[in-house]
Design a protein around this ligand. Sequence first.
Ligand code: AMP
Ligand code: ZN
Length: 486
Amino acid sequence: MTNGHPLRLYNSLGRRIEDFVPSGDVTGMYSCGPTVYAYQHLGNMRAYVFADTVRRALRWKGIEVRHVVNITDVGHAVSDADTGDDKMEVAAARERRSVLEIADSYTRVFFEDLKALNVLPAAEYPRASAYVPQMIEFAKTLEERGYTYRLPAGLYFDTANDPRYGELAQLHAEGQREAARVEQVKGRRNKTDFALWRTEEPGRRRVLRWDSPWGWGTPGWHLECSVMSIALLGPHFDIHTGGIDHRELHHVNEIAQSEAFLADGQPWVRYWLHNEFLQLGGAKMAKSAGGAPRLADLTEAGYHPAAFRLFLLGGHYRSQLDFTTGAMDAAQATLKRLVARVQPLRPLPAIETLEEAARTADPAGTLDLIDAAISADFNTARLLAALQDALRDPRITSDGQRTLVAAADALLGLGLADLDPADLEDRRSDASLSDQERHEIEQLVAERTQARKERDWARADQIRAELDARGVQVTDTPEGPAWQLR
Ligand code: AMP
Ligand code: ZN
């Protein structure tokens, strides 16, 4: 039992479960990273905890990984259809800070959140703004090969030239392509065509701008991922991850331009893995006016980041997951019980791989259950259940349990070796709210009242869910809404 069960995963390309077979000694893996114009919300963090689960599973199997996560600090237009201003510039104007300051500060918070969530660091975090000359070269090559056309709005990729366009999204029929809701760009030949370069409009000089053969402007959003992944991982690599929204547009376009660029008849990337959404109030958690909850909201409310990680791992990555305070309370309570059971077993042995764990022992076949769970398309919920069962199993000695906890946590990344139960105390009271938090809560309550006045029930429910996520309960009284922490 060196590598255990074959690692089976669901490949979005082809939509089927397959064995993962690495193509070389080091597995290249690329994850679409954050656009740093705002805080990453809890939904965004689900994408990185998922990528981390993949990394831990590969490490468990003794497979070496080189992981790259990009930082989008330029190029992401307000509309995914490449129209409108750059998200970074809009944020800079809103916050009256420079684009550089905005990018730096949100990137820093992103790294802090990754660390708090015990996500293994990537080998590289390339910033899009540092790769613009390479992006221009890439687009020039596509233009020389006749894959593009010029418009006043910029340089466009002609998707009609690519017979396999949209395979990932299963956009085979023309009708489906048409159904994609994209904005009109004057002169665009096909609705699926996308910008490689966005030339600035005359008289509207951008803050972020580079000179190019197509005039001053900015690169198209999809370009950075193709260029930086190829630069840092080589022309072909094994794994590409992202949220499920990327399966429909961003990754489709990454594939089209990369395969046109490489022109070697090979599929660009072999395995495409996508996590489902974290939902709030029945809808995708997104950066809405009120602000989707982020990790700091949880920790301020008294939750441990590991409790959020446990909550995520309690669901399967390909299922939608509803974020609620009730679910977080349950996760924190489960974590607390788990830590209480593990504490007398400390110190735990250092284990990262199945081989290391199997060298010690396989108590009552539990190691095999753990391996089977992670090998079954990363079934972390089953893995957690196997760990909890094992901790209650009287046949397993303390030494056996030590091995199991260390092995399971090499995959779960909860930090069971040293989590302090004192950090998992109960949630705080109203009195500990800062003025800023109180102000934000009151603003959300006011927005909800306004939405109700306008009979916008969907919006009102959405805001209620956002408040719930911050642990705030609203009651409607004859004198108006009242709120309290739950
Ligand atoms: P963005 O910063 O918008 O480019 O998103 C960063 C990553 O988070 C991408 O992989 C998205 O697909 C993912 N993502 C965005 N919203 C959610 C959500 N509600 N649940 C899970 N993943 C998400
Ligand atoms: Zn990407």
